[in-house]
Design a protein around this ligand. Structure first.
Ligand SMILES: [Mg+2]
Length: 115
């Protein structure tokens, strides 16, 4: 699978099949999926814990592999949340980007992280 050749629907089905084949759908309620998503985000943060930004070489194979693994966990749980709650990811993301475009107009916010 590669981003250029994979639809969001394909990923949703792939994750859904994995979960259903293990009879894990009954554990996939929104609260536990939100908890799991947060834990996986923390595991990604752990790579950077107690280090300066310059101390983490994201091109180092070991670091890159760990980041890839944790990002995958995050995406899998995000997809599981969408599957469990019937959220259309493409619709949700495009709606949120439109909201952010209004909230942070490019001409006002270009190059700024805060006012
Ligand atoms: Mg993990």
């Amino acid at each position: 699978m590669a981003d250029e050749r994979t639809l969001v629907a394909d990923l949703k089905r792939y994750v859904s099949d994995f979960v259903r084949e293990r009879d894990w759908e009954r554990f996939h309620n929104p609260k536990d999926l939100a908890v799991s998503l947060s834990i996986e985000c923390s595991e990604l943060l752990e790579i950077f814990q107690w280090k300066g930004q310059e101390d983490v070489d994201v091109k180092d194979e070991k670091v890159a592999n760990k980041m890839k693994e944790e990002l995958a966990d995050i995406v899998i749980y995000a997809i599981s949340m969408a599957n469990a709650t019937s959220i259309d990811i493409s619709d949700a993301v495009s709606e949120k980007i439109r909201t952010n475009e209004s909230k942070y107009p490019a001409e006002e916010w270009k190059g700024k992280a805060w006012l």
